[in-house]
Design a protein around this ligand. Structure first.
Ligand SMILES: [Fe+2]
Length: 321
């Protein structure tokens, strides 16, 4: 039982849901009369590491609230307390390194909605855990909504059983166009030179290939990356046999810089994508930040996103294997 640990008290938060008997997120606070500081928290986490890891998998999301975690240094100490291996971010979001294992979350404009995704879902090696820390909570909006991915699969199977099986059998094919230079006025404005960590095309191609991408160079200096076939859903060990909606069809289908089709190039009907988008929204948990929050997400089980926000908002991230 989660409440059996003397260092934490189970709380609740706005937007929290109970999914098949588990609170999502599970909220852990300092015990009654506890002071709630990072030193005590670190000791408690180190002592209860396995217990805590099991909770992340059981509840898919665990929130530490009320421990007054102040900055990137303290957040990094929490991340390092577990000894999980770091995994470097690869993807379209503009991010800045802050301190050791800590990065800024997407630095794209706060006015835009970052659509629901499993972190690095298109990359061969994706993180198992995404850990977020709120240094400055937004004055309005800016929630980090999370979605139990298996619920999306279940509901899509109820409504489109044949289409789901067709997409699964054929696999998916995505394309994504990266510009040549960073453009932080767009959320996907990470240029290929930054994304691949080189301005050498041959080297970029080599790195892209190692990540499972085909690449086509464009006349304007950008590059079109092609991925596929990729699965629609996945079942991961230890996750109750749940079939996760481990794809990014809604996020990439029919966009200016991206596309999603079946791997044999047959189209995914607009109606199916539109309905899937509604289901994801309906199944979402609208998590609202408070200062000092640290949120652990099981990236194999949850989609996450970012709602449009008023400035300022400072949420930092670490990704682990
Ligand atoms: Fe993300």
């Amino acid at each position: 039982m989660e409440s059996s640990c003397k260092y934490f008290k189970v709380g609740s938060c706005e937007g929290q849901k109970v999914i098949e008997g588990e609170a999502m997120p599970l909220v852990l606070q300092p015990p009654e009369g506890g002071s709630g500081n990072t030193v005590g928290l670190l000791a408690a986490l180190k002592e209860n590491k396995e217990w805590f890891e099991k909770l992340i998998i059981k509840n898919s999301a665990v929130l530490l609230r009320g421990f007054h975690v102040k900055n990137a240094h303290e957040f990094n100490d929490i991340v390092e307390a577990f000894g999980w291996e770091d995994i470097r971010y690869v993807g379209p979001a503009p991010r800045t390194h802050v301190y050791k294992r800590v990065w800024t979350a997407n630095e794209g404009p706060l006015s835009e909605f970052i659509y629901y995704h499993h972190e690095m879902v298109l990359i061969k090696e994706f993180p198992e855990k995404v850990i977020l820390f709120c240094e400055v909570p937004p004055p309005g909006g800016g929630e980090t909504p999370i979605v139990p991915s298996f619920r999306v699969t279940e509901r899509m199977l109820e409504e489109y059983p044949e289409m789901v099986e067709e997409m699964e059998t054929k696999g998916l094919r995505y394309t994504f166009t990266a510009l040549s230079k960073d453009n932080t006025s767009s959320m996907r404005g990470r240029g290929w030179e930054d994304a691949f960590g080189t301005s050498d095309r041959v080297e970029a191609e080599k790195r892209g290939k190692s990540l499972g991408m085909e690449m086509e160079w464009l006349a304007d200096g950008g590059v079109k990356t092609i991925l596929g076939p990729r699965p629609l859903t996945r079942v991961f060990e230890g996750r109750k046999g749940r079939r996760m909606w481990f794809n990014t069809v809604v996020g990439m289908h029919g966009n200016e810089l991206s596309s999603a089709t079946m791997a044999d190039a047959s189209e995914i009907p607009d109606e199916v994508v539109r309905r899937c988008q509604e289901i994801i929204e309906e199944e979402s948990i609208q998590f609202k930040w408070e200062m000092g929050d640290v949120l652990f997400l099981d990236n194999l089980a949850l989609l996450h996103g970012r709602r449009p926000s008023l400035p300022p908002r400072k949420v930092l991230v670490a990704t682990c294997k």
